[in-house]
Write a new protein. Structure first.
Length: 128
């Protein structure tokens, strides 16, 4: 597979590629650029804003968000994937757009990703 030098992202990558090309003649190397995908996992801890423990043993987690940043969205999806049995609900200050160029709002994101949500005040039915 041929590598197009224009696809390389930095001057360092271009320099490394040139070095590898020069060394390639000495042995039968096959050089590929960004050809493999290697998964990795980061172990982190999520600390919910509020934990509600009911007498019957149920546990409800409430995450209060004034601003739902991209990092927060990724974190919440990862937590849900790692712990699909947890009851995590989001309480938003407002139903803002995800970003200035987006048509999607916080409520759209929460619905799409399976998070119950409310705005400004904890709904009484969450506590029943």
């Amino acid at each position: 597979m041929s590598i197009n030098v224009d696809d390389l992202k930095s001057s360092l990558e271009r320099s490394v590629y040139k070095d590898l090309q020069a060394l390639k003649g000495r042995s039968k190397l096959r050089i590929a650029y960004e050809a493999d995908k290697i998964p990795y996992y980061l172990v982190r801890q999520y600390i919910p804003d509020f934990t509600i423990k009911f007498k019957d043993g149920r546990v409800l987690y409430i995450e209060a968000k004034g601003w739902l940043r991209s990092e927060d969205r990724s974190k919440m999806i990862a937590v849900k994937k790692a712990h699909p049995d947890l009851d995590i609900r989001l309480l938003f200050q407002n139903d803002n757009k995800l970003n200035k160029n987006s048509k999607s709002r916080y409520s759209d994101w929460a619905t799409k990703n399976g998070f119950p949500f409310a705005f400004k005040h904890v709904p009484i039915d969450w506590l029943q």
